[in-house]
Design a protein around this ligand. Structure first.
Ligand code: COA
Length: 329
């Protein structure tokens, strides 16, 4: 019988420092009203006090391991677009800080779809009999990449981390990740970029700082279209009708994207789990943070059927379908 990946642990952590829309409105030509109505964001958590991506990942990873009742996993996959340094990868440092020295640990960079790419990697490691347990962490410090003077991007992003533990199991167990579909299209690479600091900029002698630029309207349109398509593809793969889905736990880039997606799928707006209000866009961390929010607020319950779509820089996109397990978190 095929070995399935079953989610058996969940953890989340955001740095304590909060920046509200009003805080930003005191610094930039923007307002709480514009940010809330255009994006759904009310505040974001921001690293400071010497914290960085490794610290966020360790906090979320430790909580996920505890939730799973494990002291370590066979593999660690860290999904991040904001590694602490270009070299070394951040995953090994996270593993060692979690007491997992010696365990294979690596970074996966897939923009805002990073968590789904990490999940599929963990699932494949389990299905391929390479690992029995995998810790998948999504951790980001995106506020370090925004131009502090750019009102178009600074309000959107936040810092945080979420993590899950996958274990070997069977498709009929609650928590089974039943289907994942991933895609990419490099012809859309200019939608969201951080050029500064990369090899292309260095080769050209360009010393501009590393700042996010995003073509917001075009990204919005591609996000809704591709997230709808990949959600339908994933539901067909696992044999679920849309009416059997309880929650859409999508990448949190904009509340309007999540509501538009629910509508296009024929679901009620309330079936979209929206957590962006409190944390902003946290890229690879956003789906596990939204899962955690859904569980602690009592919305996501054991036995619920979830679909989790994302779209991000690359362009990359994908979706996962799973049933929700009984967890200690
Ligand atoms: N405060 C006030 N005004 C702002 C603003 C801010 N923070 N940011 C932009 N504006 C202005 C713009 O300058 C523009 O003004 P103009 O019409 O005078 O030129 C106007 O608001 C509309 O800008 P636009 O960028 O078209 O707004 P939008 O409705 O598309 O919303 C985003 C912008 C970024 C919130 C939205 O496009 C979005 O969410 N895009 C998708 C993001 C995404 O999916 N990312 C995925 C992976 S990261």
């Amino acid at each position: 019988m095929a070995r399935s990946a079953v989610l058996c642990g969940l953890g989340a952590w955001v740095p304590p420092h909060v920046v509200t829309n009003d805080d930003l409105a005191a610094l930039l030509d923007t307002s709480d009203e514009w940010i809330r109505t255009r994006t759904g964001i009310r505040q974001r958590h921001v690293i400071g006090d010497g914290l960085s991506t490794v610290d966020l990942a360790v906090e979320a990873g430790a909580r996920a391991l505890k939730s799973a009742g494990l002291s370590e996993a066979d593999y660690l996959v860290l999904a991040t677009t904001t590694p602490d340094r270009l070299c070394p990868p951040t995953g090994p440092e996270v593993a060692t800080r979690l007491g997992m020295t010696g365990v294979p640990a690596f970074d996966v960079a897939a923009g805002c779809s990073g968590f789904l790419y990490g999940l599929q990697t963990g699932r494949a490691l389990i299905a391929g009999e390479i690992a029995d347990t995998v810790l998948v962490i999504g951790a980001e410090s995106l506020t370090t990449l925004v131009d502090p003077d750019d009102r178009g991007t600074r309000p959107l992003f936040g810092d945080g981390a979420g993590a899950v533990v996958l274990r070997m199991g069977a498709d009929d167990e609650l928590g089974a990740v039943l289907g994942v579909n991933l895609h990419s299209d490099g012809s859309l690479s200019e939608l969201i970029t951080v050029a500064g600091g990369g090899a292309r900029a260095r080769a050209a002698g360009d010393t501009a700082p590393a700042h996010i630029t995003m073509h917001g309207r075009a990204t919005f349109a591609h996000a809704v279209k591709h997230m709808e398509e990949v959600t339908r593809q994933t539901l067909a793969q696992v044999g679920w009708d849309i009416t059997e889905v309880d929650h859409v736990v999508g990448h949190q880039a904009n509340a309007r994207i999540l509501h538009a997606l629910a509508k296009r799928l024929g679901l009620a707006e309330e079936q979209a789990v929206v957590h962006i209000e409190e944390v902003g866009n946290t890229a690879s961390a956003s789906i596990p943070l939204a899962l955690h929010h859904g569980v602690v607020t009592g919305r996501i319950k054991p036995g619920d059927r979830l679909v989790m779509p994302a779209f991000g820089a690359g362009a990359t996109w994908g979706a996962a379908a799973m049933t929700w397990p009984q967890l200690e978190i």
